[in-house]
Design a protein around this ligand. Structure first.
Ligand code: NAD
Length: 256
């Protein structure tokens, strides 16, 4: 049995995590918190104020905290997890360098697994993009992501991960150009990045590789958010009991 605590429990992803956990016999929710108070039960779970997070963590001692919130709060939760040695799975995106440093510092005291995307399809997309980028070394590359109209950070964390993957293969591409307007001819070292926001779209990513007389398009579309929640719970089960350190979602997939 893996005992988890859920942060941002009333958010889009927090609700998905609680719903997915309710359907898993091997996962138990020790407690759930949200920044603002919640009057309803969510998937049968009482959601408490995140003001008491450190006290709840010490009282319930869950194996893993599953966090989908915002970069500032995730950082606070990581510090609290590090203080008591509780593992952290975070899917939160939009960290700046200080935030990432804070997570890495926490990983010196506890197991931390951060992933910008917990979909197995996106993990497969990443592998395919690396292969295609290597196979088409002269291609122009453009990345487009599309998300719901309430998403805060742009481009998406997944888009940034894909850009890191591409640049890891193509060291001649160093200039991320976010949209174009007016006189804007393309330079050879550019990767074009386009972020669309509309409706309730759970997440779409497309990498376009354009050459002479041929184009290759690699794309992933999330049907709904449950895939991210299921992946995060897989990660939580895998991370429980791991030594302090920094872990990757590919390690979870490779062990499955
Ligand atoms: P949301 O706005 O619906 O929910 C966020 C929740 O976190 C809310 O309940 C909010 O009250 C809480 N929160 C925000 N800031 C807080 C703070 N400072 N202190 C305490 N609580 C705070 O957002 P969402 O769609 O659920 O997404 C949450 C995060 O997860 C975003 O960063 C998003 O990009 C990311 N995300 C990651 C994946 C993935 O697979 N890794 C998938 C979807 C979303």
């Amino acid at each position: 049995m893996t005992e988890i605590a859920v942060t941002g429990a009333a958010g889009r992803m927090g609700r998905e995590v609680l719903a997915a956990a309710a359907n898993r016999e091997e996962i138990e929710v020790a407690f759930a918190v949200n920044r603002t108070s919640v009057d309803e039960l969510i998937s049968g779970v009482v959601v408490e104020s995140s003001d008491n997070f450190a006290e709840l963590l010490a009282e319930y001692e869950p194996n893993v905290v599953v966090d989908f919130t915002g970069p500032e709060s995730a950082r606070t939760y990581a510090d609290a997890c590090a203080d008591v040695g509780v593992a952290l799975v975070t899917g939160t995106t939009g960290f700046d360098d200080d935030g990432l440093d804070a997570l890495e510092t926490a990983s010196e005291s506890t197991a931390v697994l951060k992933a910008s995307n917990f979909s197995r399809g996106v993990a497969a997309l990443r592998l395919a993009v690396r292969e295609a980028t290597a196979a088409l070394p002269d291609a122009d590359i453009e990345l487009t992501e599309t998300h719901h109209n309430a998403k805060r950070d742009a481009p998406s964390g997944t888009a940034k991960t894909l850009l890191d993957d591409i640049e890891g293969v193509r060291d001649d591409l160093s200039d991320r150009v976010h949209g174009r307007e007016g006189e804007a001819p393309r330079d050879d070292d550019e990767i074009g990045v386009h972020a669309r926001r509309a409706g309730d779209i759970a997440g779409e990513h497309e990498v376009l590789l354009g050459g002479s007389n041929e184009t290759l398009s690699l794309a992933h579309r999330a049907g709904d958010r449950s895939i991210f929640a299921e992946g995060a719970l897989d990660a939580a089960e895998w991370l429980a009991g791991q030594e302090p350190g920094w872990y990757d979602f590919f390690e979870v997939i490779d062990d499955a």
